[in-house]
Design a protein around this ligand. Structure first.
Ligand SMILES: [Fe+2]
Length: 178
């Protein structure tokens, strides 16, 4: 039997949920979970892109350094919208770096050194994986008719595919010049 405190807290949650959205409660739970993992992946990708921006070297340093800065800015810009989307429907989101590491699916790269081609190829793969995660989250949004989150995700997929395009063209060029 729930305590009085627990009952009150459940009522408060229900009131908050009803006030914020007409989405089904289980929809909010599932979409919030998807958004939390997407946010962790976005932070992981942001830091890896910055890592490679900072540690880039070689003949095309300036081009790659600038490209990765542009990509990092774009990934970082998504983070606030992902987090606030969860709050708008009554969910919660990440609270710390530890929380990011517990939820991220993209892997960190702590290598001391990496060749430019390896860095760009890894970012290509990570951006492709991120597109798959977005697409899967989009399916969850469709299941619960959350058109607003789905519409944001569509824009993020387009941006992520653009980053993938640029990165993969460079990697192909480097491979064919070997
Ligand atoms: Fe910089």
């Amino acid at each position: 039997m729930p305590t009085e405190g627990a009952t009150q807290s459940k009522e408060k949650t229900e009131v908050r949920h009803d006030r914020l959205t007409d989405l089904k409660r289980e929809g909010v739970a599932e979409i919030t979970c998807e958004l939390r993992r997407l946010l962790a992946d976005a932070f992981a990708l942001y830091l890896k892109t910055k890592n490679f921006h900072w540690h880039m070297a070689g003949q095309h340093f300036r081009d790659y350094h600038l490209l990765l800065d542009e990509h990092a800015d774009q990934v970082f810009a998504m983070t606030d919208d992902i987090a606030e989307r969860a709050r708008k429907i009554g969910g919660t989101t990440l609270r710390s770096i530890g929380d990011i590491s517990r939820h991220q699916r993209l892997k960190d790269n702590d290598a001391e050194r990496a060749a430019p081609k390896e860095m760009l190829a890894e970012l290509t793969t990570d951006n492709q994986a991120l597109t798959r995660y977005f697409r899967s989250a989009h399916e969850t949004c469709e299941k619960y008719n959350d058109v607003a989150t789905a519409s944001l995700i569509e824009v993020w997929i387009d941006q992520t595919e653009r980053r993938t395009w640029f990165l993969s063209e460079i990697v192909q060029g480097l491979r064919s010049s070997e």
